[in-house]
Design a protein around this ligand. Structure first.
Ligand SMILES: Nc1ncnc2c1ncn2[C@@H]1O[C@H](COP(=O)(O)OP(=O)(O)OP(=O)(O)O)[C@@H](O)[C@H]1O
Ligand SMILES: [Mg+2]
Length: 310
């Protein structure tokens, strides 16, 4: 299947992409035979852009993301073809030692189960400082300053005090901000976020996506945003690649693909985005007959409620 490469972003035709994946294939040896999880994939992340890699569960998104970081490759998993060019260098030719500098240094990862990325037995600040000192030759006091800056970037309230907190003392949304701060601590040129909001409720999801968008705008960090949700693509991505059964079936400018999807599969993913609007039945009930919630004067939620009168 031919898969058009996305055009360069308007206004930056001379800027080289930060990441170019060409002809990437990955196979797993399983008890029931060989599985090709990634099948001749081409992807491009423009400098300063956000590429949404979207597809249903099992389509190969995470395996593709892990290849970029050199985290695939064992007796049972094999990269059978391709190149992963990051800032012009093919990461697939690097040694494990060289990749340790790239991971967490030049490329940050917010992994699919991000909350387990924090060690419950260490303070937030110590976990940040450890990552910073692993990649930058700075003393502990300087690393602590960089750590605090990173917590400020992710807008963690009361960051100085939070440096001394353990993960269980933070809410899910706050922990996710810390995970993003760790991924950003060494100011990577590329951030890979694999379903970064999966475990969070809808309001917090939106806040985390807005935070990533701010980071992209303010720091210029390029991003690969892995998601199964076209709502996320519409909200924040400049380009999109649609993945199905290990292959890219469609890719290009996000706005263009959302307006004119060429593949029924893409249309299906877009139709799966929930719409938080009133159903037709609810619309049919006159506004005057809809039951309104009752608020007592002291309601803690009054200021956030549409119908509150206090
Ligand atoms: N270690 C492994 N051994 C065998 N098969 C694997 C392994 N890891 C992944 N796969 C297979 O590769 C395919 C792609 O998996 P991947 O985790 O990339 O999917 P995904 O698109 O990220 O899905 P999700 O949205 O559920 O996270 C799946 O069929 C999966 O079963
Ligand atoms: Mg995945």
């Amino acid at each position: 299947m031919t898969t058009p490469t996305p055009p360069a972003k308007t206004g930056s035709p001379a800027t080289a992409p930060v990441l170019e994946i060409r002809d990437l294939s990955v196979e797993f040896a399983t008890d029931s035979g060989t599985v090709r999880a990634v099948d001749h994939v081409d992807l491009t992340v423009e400098k300063g852009g956000i590429l949404g890699l979207v597809g249903e569960s099992g389509s190969g998104k995470s395996v593709t993301a892990l290849c970029i970081l050199g985290l695939i490759g064992s007796r049972r998993a094999k990269i059978t073809s391709g190149e992963v060019r990051f800032q012009g260098e093919d990461l697939l030719t690097k040694t494990e030692r060289q990749m340790r500098d790239v991971r967490g240094g030049r490329i940050g990862l917010v992994s699919q189960n991000a909350l387990s990325a924090l060690d419950p037995s260490f303070r937030i600040g110590d976990q940040l400082i450890e990552v910073i000192r692993l990649h930058q030759h700075v003393d502990k006091a300087t690393a602590a300053r960089i750590a605090l800056d990173s917590l400020d970037i992710v807008a963690l309230p009361d960051a100085a005090r939070r440096m001394r907190s353990y993960p269980h003392e933070l809410s899910g949304g706050q922990r996710q901000r810390v995970v993003i701060a760790i991924a950003l601590a060494c100011r990577p040129q590329l951030l890979i976020a694999d379903e970064p909001t999966t475990a969070l409720d809808a309001t917090v999801q939106q806040q985390i996506l807005d935070l990533l968008l701010d980071i992209n705008k303010n720091l210029g960090t390029s991003m690969l945003m892995v998601t199964h949700d076209f709502g996320v693509v519409a909200h924040m991505c400049t380009t999109v690649a649609v993945m199905r059964k290990g292959r890219i079936v469609e890719q290009g400018e996000a706005g263009e693909i959302i307006s004119f999807p060429r593949q029924p599969y893409t249309q299906g993913l877009m139709n799966a985005v929930p719409r938080l609007r009133l159903s037709e039945t609810e619309r049919a009930v006159p506004r005057s007959q809809r039951r309104l919630p009752v608020f007592v004067e002291e309601s803690a939620f009054a200021e956030r409620a549409d119908y509150a009168t206090v």
